[in-house]
Write a protein that binds this ligand. Structure first.
Ligand code: KG4
Ligand code: ZN
Length: 341
């Protein structure tokens, strides 16, 4: 084990408490504790999230070690999500990581959560070749990124308001679905037809906007429910299919434009919304038509997980990018590995 690079990675930016062991860039264990307590509030309550992280971080780290068969003394570094995310949640993970790193006398590696979503593509082969164009779609972010190398990521565009995941979650709230609604809409859409039309925003360049769609869905549901109180239960599958179809159309339009303009043919999706069946199908089918080499991560590497933090940590380790203990969490964190972190 002496010559192996064994990294403990911790992720606590939002509502998943996660720890992973990554050995020479390969994920050996990846434990994710999803905080289901938020379901009863219909959304994430930041203070509840940080308290739940405090309760679960130690058992989750112990489980990751146990499952990997590694011991604390085997660790060469600790990789930790510095941001972006909920500040209280980030503080729990960061403080834990600093304490453990100090105690074990191993270096600390700071990881940007959004970069890690892109690097989740290196969790399992086949690995994308560079340059790699990635559409990262999560609950808080929607980004189009060109990876020139593992640690050189260029942001082409991002959402100007709501993220794609928020569009799913807020629609779900209007429809009375549990939080997070993305997986429920995905499942319900499979039994429906995209027969209702919603507007596609006309935003220049590679940026996205979802707030207009959110308002359009709200008015559409209010108007139809007034006319027919059974509209939602009677049309649920079709509403879900229509909303999902529109979100995917908005995402795919920009991805296709970016692929055309940059000439990049290695293309992938990442982040929680990349678990969506409709989006996975859309990228695979478009890729066949356009001659793209497409990459779709396994479900566990789409939603938040420490495995991806450990992969990012591995590439930083071999490039000698370590952090000092005055590292503070960042609720907002620009996407670039070029900045000192
Ligand atoms: O990346 P992620 O796990 O956490 C953040 O970094 O935000 O993404 C969470 C988001 C939520 O909005 C959730 O509704 C969405 O991913 N999501 C999905 C699906 N699974 C998760 N959205 C659509 N279809 C899914 N199958
Ligand atoms: Zn995420």
């Amino acid at each position: 084990m002496k010559d192996k690079i064994i990294i403990l990675a911790i992720e606590s930016s939002c509502d998943d408490t996660s720890a992973a062991i990554v050995l020479d860039g390969a994920v050996v264990s990846n434990i994710v504790w999803s905080q289901d307590i938020h379901e009863r509030y219909g959304g994430i309550v930041p203070e509840v999230a940080s308290r739940a992280h405090q309760d679960y971080i130690l058992p989750v780290v112990e489980a990751a070690l146990r499952e990997s068969g590694m011991l604390l003394k085997d660790l060469k570094a600790i990789a930790i999500t510095r941001g972006p995310g909920l500040i209280g949640s980030l503080i729990v993970g960061l403080s834990f990581a600093k304490g453990l790193a100090l105690g074990l006398k191993v270096p600390l590696i700071s990881v940007n959560h959004m970069e890690a979503h892109v690097l989740a593509h290196w969790a399992e082969p086949p690995y994308p070749a560079f340059p790699f164009l990635c559409l990262t779609v999560s609950g808080g972010h929607t980004q189009l990124v060109v990876a020139h190398s593992h640690l050189n990521l260029e942001l082409l565009g991002e959402t100007l308001d709501d993220a794609a995941g928020e569009a799913f979650d807020k629609t779900g709230k209007l429809l009375g679905l549990p939080y997070p609604a993305g997986p429920h809409i995905d499942r319900l859409a499979a039994g429906g037809e995209a027969k209702f039309d919603f507007p596609i925003p006309q935003i220049k360049g590679y940026d996205f906007s979802f707030s207009g769609l959110k308002t359009a869905i709200l008015y559409f549901i209010q108007k139809n429910s007034q006319e027919n109180p059974d509209f939602i239960p009677g049309q649920l599958n079709h509403i879900c299919a229509s909303v999902q179809h529109t979100i995917i159309k908005i995402l795919m339009q920009k991805l296709i434009k970016a692929a055309k303009d940059t000439g990049i043919k290695n293309i992938g999706i990442a982040g929680g919304v990349s678990a969506n069946q409709g989006l996975r199908r859309a990228i695979a089918e478009t890729g066949k038509i356009k001659g793209w080499q497409t990459y779709i991560p396994d479900f566990v590497y789409c939603t938040d997980n420490a495995g991806m933090i450990g992969i990012a940590g591995y590439y930083k380790y071999i490039n000698g990018q370590f952090s000092t203990h005055d590292l503070e969490p960042l609720a907002r964190m620009p996407l670039t590995s070029k900045i000192k972190s």
